[in-house]
Write a protein that binds this ligand. Structure first.
Ligand SMILES: Nc1ncnc2c1ncn2[C@@H]1O[C@H](COP(=O)(O)OP(=O)(O)OP(=O)(O)O)[C@@H](O)[C@H]1O
Ligand SMILES: O=P(O)(O)OC[C@@]1(O)O[C@H](CO)[C@@H](O)[C@@H]1O
Length: 304
């Protein structure tokens, strides 16, 4: 089973405006809200692509209840731990450019942190754990490392999609896959990543620090997958970007839904890119139809 873990889920409140005027009243005539948080997005896309997963993490208050109901409606198994605080609402402003405002999220008491560690303690080497999103300020900075250390000890493959210190410090526990975007990879290696070649070169360097595969996305420029014995480049389909929120998460889900079925890394890479673009070209997360429509436009080239 695939388990996704979102320590700090959200409701994503999306507002479309022609222009955002700071310091003034802005009115939007088009708003929408969706359950959010990186692991929750991965679970939602997995479901659409025909793969089951269990959502782990924390939910609380009326916003948490909304997410619970939404996941139930979509048939996504949910073992999120109930918190006393209220799950955050993240604001996504869509004007001439996208602006995101993410809140800090509720406190996670130590007792609830132990509960999650014990849930992860039940996983076996047949499972895959996806650790995705930022660490809430109330958990120790090594929280992902603790989960990852358990995974390494018990041969549980895990995917890590986070940034900054949480990413850098957890690499040594040998994640099966990390998915930095160009900025996250740049931060990790201390060099700006501008091209797919940069991504391949520095992605290879990061392999020395522990992960088995590094999947780097560079928005509309393409994507790179590197492993010990593989370097592959993918083109992305052309289209109008409507929503880039969750594109990276869709990429992880697209990748995993193929990999978990037959272990084909290159096909997983191709579907990951198609799913990322399918979300970028949609209002909400991608549908399976959109992913299938885009698959033929993703060209994967393996570099010898
Ligand atoms: N302009 C674009 N055209 C086509 N596909 C795109 C575009 N932007 C993003 N994508 C798709 O989404 C994937 C992930 O994009 P990106 O590099 O922006 O990741 P990210 O920053 O992790 O995303 P997120 O916004 O979810 O945090 C890309 O590999 C690609 O498949
Ligand atoms: O604050 P974090 O955990 O880094 O990111 C949270 C978030 O921006 O990521 C998702 C898109 O990837 C959104 O659904 C959500 O609002």
């Amino acid at each position: 089973m695939i388990y996704t873990c979102t320590l700090n889920p959200s409701i994503d409140y999306v507002m479309e405006l022609d222009e955002v005027k700071l310091g003034q009243l802005n009115r939007s005539e088009k708003v929408a809200f969706y359950p959010g948080g990186k692991g929750i997005n991965v679970s939602r896309v997995l479901k659409r692509l025909g793969s089951e997963s269990v959502a782990l993490g924390y939910l609380g208050g009326f916003t948490g209840e909304y997410i619970r109901q939404f996941l139930d409606q979509e048939g996504i198994m949910n073992r999120c731990i109930e918190l006393e605080g209220t799950t955050r609402i993240n604001i996504k402003l869509k004007a001439n450019q996208e602006t995101e405002m993410n809140g800090t999220g509720p406190q996670i008491p130590e007792s609830e942190q132990f509960k999650l560690l014990s849930q992860v303690g039940e996983l076996t080497e047949k499972d895959i754990l996806v650790l995705a999103g930022s660490l809430p300020t109330s958990v120790p900075k090594d929280f992902y490392s603790k989960l990852a250390e358990h995974c390494l000890k018990h041969n549980i493959p895990f995917v890590l999609d986070t940034s900054g210190i949480a990413l850098a410090d957890t690499l040594r526990y040998r994640p099966f896959l990390i998915k930095p975007n160009q900025h996250e990879l740049g931060e990790l290696v201390g060099v700006p990543i501008k091209t797919l070649e940069d991504a391949a070169k520095y992605g290879k360097e990061v392999l020395q620090r522990g992960p088995e595969y590094v999947l780097v996305s560079i928005g509309g420029l393409g994507a790179v997958l590197v492993g010990k014995e593989i370097t592959a480049f993918a083109s992305v389909p052309q289209g109008e970007v409507i929503n880039s929120v969750g594109a990276g998460d869709s990429m992880v889900a697209g990748f995993l839904s193929v990999f978990a079925k037959d272990g084909n890394i290159l096909e997983a890479f191709r579907q990951g890119v198609a799913a990322g673009s399918a979300t970028a070209f949609s209002q909400d997360l991608c549908t399976v139809e959109k992913v299938q429509e885009l698959l033929p436009y993703v060209e994967v080239q393996v570099k010898e």
